[in-house]
Design a protein around this ligand. Structure first.
Ligand code: GDP
Length: 532
């Protein structure tokens, strides 16, 4: 039997049991809501690290996970994604990191294709922010269930019922709080546990470096100590719906929890909720829509590709989410796009720069494959003899466009190779337009920082100096071959072809688009929806 196969009934049931105890999720938020802080706090609770502050390198703390690129360090932002795995209460938790800066949201969108659940982190003072809304849309589109964590409750913020209303009114999501703050934001006394109407108070650890000591109060004790605030909390929460697993998993309700990640308050409760309520890995539909059960032989989805973190030898790393079966390092798997074998001798788990060899992985786990030059984002791998192809990864609607050329004409070949590599990794999208006689590719991005990454990478890894010229477009629509000539004849409009063959019509703004649409109602101009 090939090592990746889960063909025998005993092996299959082993895989099903391993899958059932996995929880694979990502935290999504608007920048500054506290994602890095929460990641540290979650890891601390799972006792992966002895002291909070070891995960992310903010404010002089020791960096472990992120910033492999100099630019990241210089700017203090996280450009790449990595996964953190830990055991908690008999479960295996895979927490996928997502970049903090909105310009790299395309990367976050791809991570959302590899998780079974998302934690939507809100700043208690700000509620839903633009990036939260965009990311939530992607979750809805992909059917990813969302747990909501209201952070920074130690500081003054919005009224708690207004937050619930906002979820309902602006994104149509019914909040089903699992706990409820006793005391307004800023005068926080503790959390009311809705299950048994007890109250937990917290002895905050200085600087959040330890887990906050908890004290459990009965309802009678809570009433005695926090008379008014306790009564208000009970009244408020009684107005709201209670947990409903079915609608949570269907993405129409969201379990809601409160806390303050920076002092480790409410974090244990969040972790408990995730392992108890979030869905485990389940059958994933293939490109035809047929679900592949988790106990089927090995299959995995490449959701992220990046240049090697090791500058000494330029390798390419592919992050694969195991979708079904048992992954064993050393097994030869098949690359669906080419039908070629791919050797997994060098499989790794990734924790920032630190690599650890991984030998076995199950559905929901993330495996880093080195020497992955043949793999691109969206690719499927499967156990020999058990083919499957998952749907391609969606590309997102770019809003920034530049042309790129190398300023060193002797580097034309490296330039083309480098551009190709960046496109395969999804650093930027590459378009070509017949209208450009010099053949200069158009780089398209969701956020302009992507261009800076591309420029830095081409310089550092390929030794190619490049110059960018910005193009006056801010909007793309998908068109078809019939529309090309008409659209290209319009002033200020250009049609370019993306690597995947899609024809994108580029417009300066929505007004220009509207006037072209009015004149040519029959020309196809489909929006490129985020996540579609
Ligand atoms: P990210 O950009 O979402 O990763 O946010 P960070 O984790 O870097 O946090 C942004 C800022 O909010 C930092 O200054 C944190 O110390 C602060 N912060 C995070 N969580 C809390 C919290 O629970 N309470 C308070 N008061 N500040 C917090």
């Amino acid at each position: 039997m090939p090592p990746t196969s889960a063909a025998s009934p005993a092996a299959a049931s082993g895989v099903a049991a391993e899958a059932a105890r996995r929880r694979t999720f990502a935290v999504i938020s608007h920048p500054d809501a506290g994602k890095s802080t929460l990641t540290e706090a979650l890891a601390l609770h799972a006792r992966v690290i002895g002291e909070a502050g070891a995960v992310h390198g903010k404010s002089g703390r020791r960096a472990v996970i992120s910033d492999w690129m100099e630019m990241e360090q210089a700017r203090g932002i996280s450009v790449t994604s990595a996964a953190l795995q830990f055991e908690y209460q008999g479960h295996v938790v895979n927490l996928l990191d997502t970049p903090g800066h909105a310009d790299f949201s395309e990367d976050t969108y791809r991570v959302l294709a590899a998780v079974d659940c998302a934690v939507m982190l809100l700043d208690a003072a700000k509620g839903l922010e633009p990036q939260t809304l965009k990311l939530f849309d992607v979750c809805r589109h992909r059917g990813v269930p969302v747990v909501t964590f209201v952070n920074k409750w130690d500081r003054p913020g919005m009224h708690v019922l207004d937050l619930v209303d906002e979820l309902d009114q602006r994104i149509g999501l019914t909040a089903t709080p699992l706990n409820w703050p006793v005391g307004e934001a800023g005068t926080f006394h503790g959390l009311l546990d809705r299950d048994d109407e007890t109250m937990t108070t917290f002895e905050r650890a200085p600087g959040g470096a330890r887990i906050a000591e908890e004290q459990l109060l009965s309802a009678a004790e809570a009433k005695e100590r926090y008379a008014d605030a306790w009564g208000t909390a009970l009244d408020e929460v009684s107005l709201l719906d209670t947990l409903d697993l079915e609608t949570f998993h269907a993405g129409t309700s969201t379990p809601m929890l409160f806390g303050a990640a920076v002092v480790n308050v409410g974090v244990r409760q969040l972790l408990d909720a995730l392992v108890e309520l979030a869905p485990p890995p389940s059958a994933r539909p293939d490109a035809e829509g047929t679900p592949r059960p988790v106990e089927a032989p090995f299959s995995g989805l490449v959701f992220k590709v990046q240049a090697g973190m090791d500058k000494a030898h330029r390798d390419r790393l592919a992050f694969v989410r195991v979708c079904s079966g048992r992954f064993e390092r050393g097994a030869v798997v098949t690359h669906a796009a080419t039908g070629r074998p791919f050797a997994t001798k060098y499989a790794r788990t990734m924790l920032g720069r630190e690599r650890e060899t991984i030998d076995i992985a199950f559905p929901g786990d993330i495996v880093g494959l080195v020497n992955a030059n043949a793999l691109t984002v969206g690719d499927t791998l499967y156990a020999e003899g058990s083919p499957v192809a998952f749907p391609p990864m969606p590309s997102f609607a770019p809003e920034h466009f530049v042309t790129a050329r190398t300023t060193d004409t002797s580097k034309a070949k490296q330039f083309r190779r480098g551009i190709e590599q960046l496109a395969e990794e999804g650093v930027v999208q590459i378009l070509t337009s017949n209208r450009r006689g010099d053949g200069a590719p158009i780089l398209a991005a969701v956020g302009p920082l992507q261009f800076e990454v591309a420029t830095a990478r081409l310089g550092q890894e390929f030794g190619v100096p490049i110059a960018l010229d910005s193009l006056p477009y801010g909007l793309a629509r998908r068109t078809d071959a019939d529309g090309v000539a008409l659209l290209n004849a319009e002033a200020g409009v250009e049609v370019a072809e993306r690597r995947d063959g899609a024809l994108l019509a580029l417009f300066p703004d929505k007004w220009r688009l509207a006037s072209v649409q009015r004149r040519h109602p029959d020309v196809a101009l489909e929006p490129l929806v985020a996540g579609a």
